[in-house]
Design a protein around this ligand. Structure first.
Ligand code: IGP
Length: 267
């Protein structure tokens, strides 16, 4: 048992993170190197993100994504306008990139979305410092992304910090080993990324495989299939397995976000 001291954040071993992902997390760690790790007092957790994804049928988390390392510029979305369009198209939550260099994200984008839509918002960033979670809570996010490929054995600690701040966490995995870490950490919401963030390669078989493994292991929480979904046919392999799907590029680049969301989910 460890009594955690808010002033002593767990050490991350970012030198183990390879490829494109490794470069981005080093940049983010440098951005927050001098930030105060204190979280402040505990807040109640309304479970808004978790509840939104637990509704019957496959829930859509639609992402405000203006650019990415794999595609470069996607679309010059105005974040609030985009989020409202997604909401009108049936999205049950909005994911907002806040990473500035590779995804053209900003804090303001998240604040604008939080203030202008009724559905919960997820801070999508490369969390490598407790201050990033404190910010997410301050900016009004309902949830934050935690990546096991970055946090490794510190995943449980970051999950506790998110919950302390009243945030749900989307704990993201890409292979069996990472899934086992997420399950051991007690994550209530697990996302399976079809994209290998070290190579940017997408394989739509990853989500059904790991979602089945989680269920076989007795996991009863929320499971999210992430990345690479462009058509209703693409969703067939997770439609009866996942609780939610996280979609960015294909919606963001469509030109008509409401229609693209409806067409993808066939509603
Ligand atoms: O644009 P796509 O292929 O629909 O993917 C969305 C989302 O899953 C992706 O943006 C993502 C998943 N995990 C991440 C971690 C960091 C940055 C981005 C991501």
């Amino acid at each position: 048992m460890s009594a955690r001291d808010d002033t002593a954040p767990v050490t991350l071993h970012l030198d183990r993170v390879p490829g494109v992902l490794g470069r981005i997390v080093h940049e983010r760690a440098a951005d927050y190197a001098g930030a105060d790790p204190a979280l402040g007092p505990a807040r109640a957790r309304p479970h808004r993100f978790e509840t939104a994804l637990s509704q019957p049928g496959l829930s859509l988390i639609a992402e405000v994504k203006r650019a990415s390392p794999s595609q470069g510029a996607i679309a010059p979305l105005e974040p609030l306008e985009a989020a409202r369009a997604y909401e009108a198209g049936g999205a049950r939550a909005i994911s907002v990139l806040t990473e500035p260099r590779h995804f053209d994200g900003t804090a303001q984008a998240l604040r604008d979305v939080v203030g202008g839509v009724a559905v919960p918002a997820l801070r999508k960033d490369f969390v490598v410092h407790p201050a990033m979670l404190r910010e997410a809570a301050e900016w009004g996010a309902s949830a934050a992304l935690l990546m096991v490929s970055v946090l490794h054995e510190a995943t449980a600690e970051y999950l506790h910090m998110a919950h302390h701040l009243g945030l749900d966490a989307l704990v993201e995995v890409h292979d069996e080993r990472e899934l086992d870490i997420a399950l051991a950490a007690g994550a209530p919401i697990i996302g399976v990324n079809n994209r290998d963030l070290t190579t940017l390669h997408i394989d739509l078989e990853v989500s059904p495989r790991l979602i089945r493994r989680a269920r076989d292991a007795g996991f009863t929480g929320v499971l999210v299939a992430e990345s690479g979904y462009r058509t209703p046919q693409d969703l067939a392999s997770v439609r009866d397995l996942a609780d939610a799907v996280l979609v960015g590029s294909s919606l963001a680049g469509s030109g008509d976000l409401t229609r693209a969301a409806r067409d993808l989910m066939q509603v």
